[in-house]
Design a binder for this molecule. Structure first.
Ligand code: THU
Length: 135
């Protein structure tokens, strides 16, 4: 497991190099681990129509789902900030919750150091599928 975490950390750093972010100049990389051990990378992909930007975390989810994976155990996320740990935005938290209420999130600095959290900490009182059922 420690090896997989190291791999996940290094893949999110790799993914950051692929970011397309000419407007923010804020590259973000993500690496998503499936329950069967596969890793999918994602980076932010911006657009001149700013609202169409897709974050790195959602790119990784979309790539994995498009390849038939829907069960995930962890995601590592990184940006260029060296003085703080940066966590997924609100929109990404909701999308991550859809596929991984038990997900571990590794916020990773460029030197590979990280802090861990869980979806229940990042998105308490989440709106989930169970809320769609009538009472
Ligand atoms: N961004 C991500 O990729 N993930 C996040 O969780 C937060 C923000 C991207 C979106 C945009 O391209 C840039 O970072 C600045 O907001």
């Amino acid at each position: 497991m420690a090896d997989k975490v190291n791999e996940l950390i290094s893949k999110c750093l790799e993914a950051k190099d692929m970011a397309y972010c000419p407007y923010s100049n804020f590259p973000v990389g993500a690496a998503l681990l499936t329950t069967d051990g596969a890793i999918f990378k994602g980076c932010n992909v911006e657009n001149v129509s700013f609202g169409l930007t897709v974050c790195a975390e959602r790119t990784a989810i979309q790539s994995a789902v498009a390849e038939g994976h829907k069960n995930f155990t962890a995601i590592a996320v990184t940006c260029n900030a060296t003085d703080r740990f940066v966590w997924p935005c609100g929109a990404c938290r909701q999308v991550l919750m859809e596929f991984g209420p038990e997900l571990t999130i590794y916020s990773t600095k460029p030197d590979g150091s990280y802090k861990k959290s869980r979806m229940s900490e990042l998105l308490p009182y989440a709106f989930t599928q169970s809320h769609l059922t009538k009472n």
